[in-house]
Design a protein. Structure first.
Length: 733
């Protein structure tokens, strides 16, 4: 199946659907897919990953089983991508018990090619419906296309009723299936089917359709299934035989050494009516590296009372598992994880006594699942466990967000509205906890609003004393956005403090205001200095400010600046590694790391990128646009570049701008963000600024075809700045 993305956050997905599969997205956890208990690519234990990412808005899919297109298309999946204007091709490759693939464009059109439906014609060609326009409203512009081979040849197919013994070998699926049904009506036809099914030299499609018909008609039954399983048949055929057999002797599953057969057997039994596994293989398979095998094994033991009892006996104290025979088969962590996964969301309290152990586990997956279990089942008695865990040294960003969200849910928060992190009080506790690891404190500080009352001047000074450069960087970024009256003086103090790490000082330079006369002098002095990093940040902060350029030239030229350059040109020139630059001898790794660090400053810069006003990264930033914390996983460098250069090319409905006319006649270009607690609506402008507007204050709303993200954003950056910003965004995985 193809699956659209959550609220315009690519990629869309090509999924392998299996019985009982969990693909991670739950609408009750909000539209954006940002909730910590939502998974998009198997990130949460127990959820299944996608086979491949697809183009935007995949609207139709077809497995090509016919004879018009070239032979190498046989069996491939064809997908229509409405948003990327193309027909896509996916060749499935076995990947353990599932598959993998990658997108290959077959046909790509222009802006007005919007393929939606796809169907197989009787002659083996394809028909495509085309929505034409990017408007979501019915507009009357639709088209239909026919797709066929360039050198189209008329194919003479045998008649499946009159010549079924020939037609069963047809590439056209309908023809061979009709032929198989016709053959099953006579004794001689049954013999043809049996020969085709057991012939290892025959085409796989013919063997499958023959096997299907024989087993469905109960002609040969289990004997045929056993013959297939004992032969050197492809795994697809073996899986088919298992699914349709009524019983299969245990000895067919005794040998776990054959990796390919093992994957086939365990997954195929999901659709089998028999319990073919004994306890030991199930335990073994729970620890398998293949997530689809683990999923199938867990489903198998859910219906096995003996196996379930053995798990219960060891679950009270996972350490006891190491003393039992089961320890040879699977780790205690995997047993506990399977227990949690099997009960999560069922409402059963059978395993609740084990939660003390699970919440204290060292395995982060077990802890995450236990936290989710507590939140979903509203087990308020474990609230103290959650709050105590916030000071653990092994707390990860994922566990932090999950814990805060769980506390919010226990305290009555609505899961559907939690597209952000709750629990501000606990974030304060993290940020100011002297005994808390610096990395954990940084996580809390990033998520804490800069106008939080606890972030006063003495608090900032205390935080700046922490001997950890990455943490101090987060402190400075928060300080830059702080409303406290001491902010400007503190920023200048950090800039002048040469004992501070260079990266910390650079972050403070980005907080200087060039409109202020004193701070402008400081920026000019830094621009004239011999520190390349601070040179660049000072020039970024001076961008757009009118200066006496001749006066600026008098001392700057002594450091090698070519004459005649304006500040924009100079900023780009500084970013080229020269023999007199400390970056000239950087390794490729060092250069890449520097570019990412620079790109991060540009992201949070008020004068260059300014992306933070609308977008959040790892808890810091605005909420008007999509969260970009993991954008590097889902978008290529090319798509990131295009979204900056031409933000209006593709706009998800969630982020469409509107021309809002207020009752007093004022007209604003805004994007709807959501309701506010006081009953008004939150709207955001192109700068990420929020506007609170009551519904009664709006005279009219008109949807626009342009993005709220400002066009020409790249023009506020040099080429090198844009390159570094892309490097930073790519690194967010």
């Amino acid at each position: 199946a193809v699956d659209n993305d959550p609220d315009g956050r690519p990629p869309c997905r090509l999924l392998h659907i299996v019985e009982g599969g969990d693909y991670g997205y739950r609408f009750r956890y909000g539209r954006k897919g940002l909730h910590p208990f939502t998974s998009w690519n198997g990130e949460i234990p127990g959820t299944l990953p996608m086979i491949a990412g697809t183009g935007e808005a995949p609207s139709g899919m077809l497995a090509y089983e016919s004879d018009n297109l070239p032979d190498d298309y046989l069996g491939d999946l064809l997908v229509t991508s409405w948003g990327d204007h193309r027909i896509e091709r996916y060749r499935l490759k076995p990947n353990g018990a599932s598959f993998t693939s990658k997108m290959e464009p077959v046909i790509t059109g222009g802006e007005n090619f919007r393929p939606v439906g796809i169907a197989l014609a009787p002659d083996g060609s394809l028909y495509i419906s085309d929505w034409v326009d990017k408007s979501y409203n019915v507009h009357g512009k639709g088209r239909i296309w026919r797709i066929s081979a360039k050198e189209e040849k008329k194919v003479e197919r045998p008649n499946p009723v009159k010549e079924p013994e020939k037609a069963i070998f047809s590439k056209h699926r309908t023809t061979r299936e009709k032929a198989a049904r016709q053959l099953s009506t006579s004794k001689s036809g049954i013999e043809v089917l049996e020969t085709a099914a057991s012939n290892t030299a025959a085409d796989l499609r013919t063997r499958v359709v023959a096997t299907q018909e024989l087993l469905c008609q109960n002609k040969g039954g289990d004997k045929l299934a056993q013959t297939i399983l004992l032969s050197k048949s492809p795994r697809e055929l073996k899986a088919f035989a298992i699914k349709l057999a009524t019983s299969i002797p245990d000895h067919f599953f005794a040998d776990l050494s054959n990796r390919d057969d093992l994957n086939t057997y365990i997954v195929a039994t999901l659709e089998s009516s028999t319990d073919v596994f004994t306890v030991d293989p199930q335990m073994y398979l729970l620890g398998d590296a293949d997530v689809f095998v683990r999923h199938a094994a867990m489903r198998a033991w859910l219906n096995n009372s003996v196996f379930k009892t053995q798990l219960l006996m060891t679950a009270y104290d996972p350490k006891k598992l190491r003393e039992t025979y089961l320890a040879m088969l699977v780790s205690p962590e995997l047993v506990v994880q399977s227990l949690i996964l099997s009960q999560r969301g069922t409402g059963s309290a059978v395993y609740e006594p084990f939660l003390d152990t699970y919440l204290k586990a060292s395995d982060p997956d077990i802890r995450f699942l236990a936290i989710q279990w507590v939140a979903e089942q509203k087990l308020t008695q474990y609230r103290k466990h959650l709050t105590d865990s916030l000071t653990r040294p092994d707390l990860t960003p994922r566990l932090l967000v999950a814990t805060l969200t769980a506390i919010d849910m226990l305290d009555g928060g609505k899961p559907g509205s939690v597209d952000h992190v709750g629990g501000r009080w606990f974030l304060e506790r993290l940020a100011f906890g002297d005994k808390t690891p610096a990395a954990t404190r940084a996580m809390g500080l990033r998520m804490l609003p800069a106008d939080n009352p606890a972030l006063n001047a003495p608090a900032f000074r205390k935080l700046l004393e922490v001997d950890d450069a990455p943490f101090r960087i987060e402190v400075v970024r928060t300080l830059r956005q702080s409303p406290i009256k001491e902010r400007a003086a503190m920023v200048r103090e950090i800039v002048s403090d040469k004992s501070q790490p260079d990266q910390v000082r650079a972050e403070a330079v980005a907080g200087l205001d060039a409109e202020d006369a004193d701070e402008r002098k400081m920026l000019i002095a830094l621009a004239k200095g011999d520190h390349p990093l601070l040179n660049r940040e000072a020039l970024r902060s001076l961008r757009g400010i009118k200066l006496d350029d001749e006066k600026l030239n008098t001392t700057i030229d002594t450091s090698g600046r070519p004459k005649g350059m304006d500040m924009e040109q100079w900023l780009g020139w500084l970013d080229v590694a020269r023999p007199d630059s400390p970056e000239f001898n950087e390794t490729a790794e060092q250069q890449h790391a520097r570019r990412i660090a620079t790109g991060q400053r540009i992201f949070f810069s008020a004068k260059a990128g300014g992306c933070y006003r609308c977008h959040t990264v790892q808890g810091r930033g605005g909420e008007a646009g999509p969260d970009l914390s993991t954008i590097g996983k889902s978008m290529t460098r090319e798509r990131l570049f295009e979204s900056i250069i031409n933000p209006s090319k593709e706009i998800a409905p969630r982020y469409a701008a509107q021309l809002v006319e207020l009752a007093d006649g004022e007209k604003l270009t805004l994007m709807f963000v959501g309701p506010s607690p006081d009953g008004r609506d939150i709207w955001a402008d192109a700068q990420g600024k929020h506007h609170l507007i009551a519904p009664g204050e709006i005279e009219s709303k008109q949807p626009l075809t342009t993005s709220i993200m400002p066009a020409g954003l790249h023009q506020s950056m040099t080429r090198n700045e844009l390159r570094d910003l892309l490097a930073f965004l790519e690194s967010l995985k």
